[in-house]
Structure formats: C-alpha cells, structure tokens
Design a protein around this ligand. Structure first.
Ligand code: C2O
Ligand code: CU
Length: 490
C-alpha cells in the first residue's frame, strides 16, 4: 500500500555543512522505515549509544546517547493536522521516555515517567500517537533523568509545517547544543555535579549547531531564510547577534508573534526555547559575517560565520513581510481567570533557609547534601533520587494546584533567587502577560518563559487539556535538584 501523501515521513536531520548543494539535497525527505499498511505511518525512533564526530576531524569521535545514532536526533517534519505515530525503542541500559516539548498532546502521550506513563525499560518499545494541532518549531527529548539523558545527546527537532507554505527561499533549523568535553572530545562524566546543581546548571565548553562545531554556514546574497533556532542545551542561555543583519522574529516557542526586530538586536534563547527568524541575506557575494553569542557580555564568543557564496540569488532580499497564521490556541479570558502564585526559591546566594522534601521540612545544608537546591512554593521535589520525571520517592507528585477544565488560569511567578530560570508548562501554551508588573509588548504565546533573577512574570492560559502536567525549570540540573512541580487540570 502506498503512504498517506498528507503525512510526510520523518526526514533525516539536515546538515548545514558542505555548501549549497547539501542545502538543496537536504530538502528531499528520507523515509525512516514507514510501516507499509497503516494510514498513519509508524515511524521508528531508537534511543541508544552512538558515536558522532562533533568537534572536528582532528579529534576522536564522541560517545553519546542518541536517537537513531544521530545528534541531534532525526528531524521530524510533518504538516499541521497530521497524526504522528512514533514507535520508540529503548536501547539504553536504563529507563527512558520521550516528551514532545511544546506540543499540546493528550496527557498519556506526554512522556513523563510515572506521571503519564510507565517508563520505557531497556529493550522495551512504546508507541506515541497524537495529532499535530499547532504549526511551529518544537523538539523532543527524554523526561527520565533528563539532565544526563538530554545532556548526552538525546534531543531532536520536531517541525510542524504550516498548511500553506511560507514564502522563503530556505527553511533551516539550528539545534543548539552545549557540551562539556574533555581534551579527547569525550563527554565529561560529572553529571549532577553539586557546583552545577546549585548554580546556573551544567554549562559546557563546546557549543554545537546540529551536533557539530561549525565554522561557516553558506548563504547567498539576496536570499531569504527562515531560521528555526532550538535551544537543546541543559543550561546555556544564548543571546545571538547576527552581525550586519537585521533578523525579524516571527515565532516564539513555535507560535506566531507580531513580526519584530528583537530588543537590542539580540535573540535571547533560554534552554528549551525556540525562535523562528526571517533572516534576509543583505550582504554581498564573498562577505563573511559573525554570529556571536553575548548573553554574558564578558564571555562573548563567535558561534559561526555566515559565508556568502560568489553569486547572488537576486538583487536584494524580498521586502514583503512574513506573517504566520495563528495556531488554534484558546484565548485566555482574563475577566474570569483563577489566579495562582508560584514562588521560585533556592540556589546559591539566595535567601531560602530550607524546603519541604517528602513532606519533611529540611534545612538548606541538608538539602544540598541530598543533591537538592531548589524549590517551588517551598517544596523541593524529587527526593534523593534525581529521576527528572514526575515521581517522588515512589509516589507520583501531588499537584501544587488544580484548575477546573476550561477555566482561564493566571500564574503569577516570582523568582526569589539570584539565578535565571526558564519555566516550562506541559500540555498548554500560555500568553506572557507581564514582566515586573509591566505588560509585555506582544503577549507572546510560549511554553517556556525565562525569568531573570528577582523577576516577576505573569502568564495566562486556558486549562483545556485534562491531566496532571509538569511545571518545571528547564535548566535540567535545577529540575533534577527540586525545581519541578505539577498542576492538575480536571
Ligand atoms: Cu522539555 Cu518537561 O520538558
Ligand atoms: Cu532554574
């Protein structure tokens, strides 16, 4: 039987290496073992050990944990309205799950161990199946001991294309990775180090784009690129500048936003966040221009260069604005909203004296000794075993609050710490209403919102997806060390 032509098979990850020929060739999707008879093709994805060339030919390969042996995992590309069915096989020596970050899936497909499913044991298979309701740039990763499983390479992009193609010359995706490598390009084994847990998380020493340290990305004068940025790093926050260019932000966390130039010309991308840009190649043939990350100005570095080829695609890039169609997300009704306060506490240089662990008040020093450092509303979740899932010492986490299904919920978050926290809510997309009491410019739809130290942020969403949903910091060491919780929609 032939395949459903509306369902595009999974494509191999697109490499930006090797000049424009590779760019063109990568547009041809390569099927990953689609099942013959099904109307919804089943795609296979295997999590297991692998070896990849990450740094450069002068270095040995790096041993990773990877989906289908690739870092990032294969780019999954479907169209809005398609149904996905993905059969995940675990070839790791430990349990795993897959979470479809940012996709509004039914609770049972959300990939949170113990909370929404039994974890997938070694040699076991679990089939995820859900509809791609929203178009946009999403990603997938394990939710089991995420800080190590994601940090060793288990992450990939999931792109849901709009029903009507967006008029650009090329559609590129950069999955940003951050690794702590040793001199022989092997991954440093110090996952869960106390220093990382109690400070800014495991920030690495090697930044990759689509799994490689890149020098030049080839571009052509006059072309218009849609660039999808995915921050798959455990802890690194990027602040990207495209020198000599004026990128326009068209989507955040997959969802359309009023097209705008980013503040100060810098695109800030906390862990788990995505930003879609329209990047017009306004330079001249032969130009090279830097893309730099200066989120921490005193640690700024060149990520890569845009390298202009010898020819022009056209005289100048098109100047018609690109506007994406809205996704079918319910609009919050603020006049009838229920309001909840969420306080983030803990970490070094903070004021938290202690927190509840497994129902017991525990002082900060004891917490740290147990590998815990953070709390949400005074509760440090996870106990001594840092699973990164939804289970606390054998029992599933109790929700911090319950919202009546269909109701609009406002969450007022206060970051009472000296650190940044990208807070992520599962199963829903929220509007970012305000920061420090001031309305945001675009009321952006997001699933992960970055709070600066001491910042207060209000978000709003319609609680229309029933179930228990994770609400946690996406600096994966913070999550592992207690900064996670669940909310219930019932
Ligand atoms: Cu990207 Cu709870 O996850
Ligand atoms: Cu955090």
């Amino acid at each position: 039987m032939s395949q459903n032509p509306l369902v595009r098979p999974l494509t191999r990850r697109r490499l930006l290496l090797g000049g424009s020929a590779a760019g063109a060739a990568a547009l041809v999707p390569v099927a990953l073992r689609p099942a013959a008879a099904a109307k919804t093709p089943t795609h296979a994805l295997a999590a297991g050990p692998g070896r990849v060339r990450m740094v450069g030919d002068a270095y040995p390969e790096t041993t990773v944990w990877a989906y289908d042996g690739q870092v990032p995992g294969p780019e999954i590309r479907v169209r809005q309205g398609d149904r996905l069915r993905i059969e995940v096989t675990n070839r790791l020596a430990e349990e795993t799950t897959v979470h479809w970050h940012g996709l509004r899936v039914p609770n049972a497909m959300d990939g949170v161990p113990h909370l929404t499913q039994r974890p997938i044991g070694p040699f076991e298979t679990f089939t995820y199946e859900f509809d791609a309701l929203d178009a946009g740039t999403f990603w997938y990763h394990p939710h089991q001991r995420s800080h190590e499983q994601v940090g060793r390479g288990l992450h990939g992009a999931l792109i849901v294309e709009e029903r009507e193609p967006v008029p650009v010359d090329r559609d590129l995706c950069w999955v940003l990775g951050d690794w702590r490598l040793k001199g022989d390009a092997s991954i440093s084994n110090d996952f869960g180090a106390m220093m990382d847990i109690s400070h800014g998380g495991r920030v690495g020493n090697t930044v990759t784009v689509n799994g490689r340290v890149l020098d030049v990305v080839p571009v052509r004068a006059g072309e218009r690129v849609r660039l999808r940025l995915v921050n798959a790093a455990n802890a690194r926050i990027f602040g990207l500048r495209f020198q000599g260019h004026r990128p326009t932000v068209i989507a955040i966390d997959g969802h359309p936003v009023e097209p705008h130039e980013p503040e100060d010309g810098r695109i800030v991308l906390a862990p788990a966040m995505r930003v879609d840009l329209v990047l017009d190649m306004a330079g001249a043939p032969g130009d090279r221009s830097n893309v730099v990350d200066d989120f921490h100005p005193n640690l700024a570095y060149r990520l890569l260069d845009l390298g202009y080829g010898p020819d022009r695609l056209r005289d100048r890039p098109p100047d018609t604005p690109v506007r994406l169609p809205a996704n079918p997300v319910a609009e919050p009704d603020l006049s009838a909203a229920v309001r909840h306060e969420v306080a983030l506490g803990g970490g070094m240089m903070g004021t938290m004296a202690g927190a509840m662990v497994d129902g017991r008040m525990t002082d900060m020093r004891t917490l740290l000794r147990q590998g815990m450092a953070w709390a949400i509303n005074g509760v440090s979740a996870g106990g001594a075993d840092r699973h990164g899932g939804g289970e606390v010492s054998g029992h599933v986490m109790d929700p911090i609050f319950t919202i009546e299904r269909g109701r609009t919920c406002v969450i007022a978050m206060a970051n009472d710490t000296a650190w940044h926290h990208p807070m992520h809510l599962h199963g829903h997309t929220f509007r970012v209403l305000s920061r420090n009491g001031r309305p945001t410019r675009f009321k952006e739809w997001q699933d992960t919102v970055l709070l600066a130290p001491r910042e207060r942020v209000e978000i709003a969403f319609v609680a229309d997806n029933p179930g228990d949903w994770m609400f946690h910091c996406h600096i994966l060491e913070h999550q592992a060390a207690g900064m996670m919780s669940t909310i219930r929609v019932a």
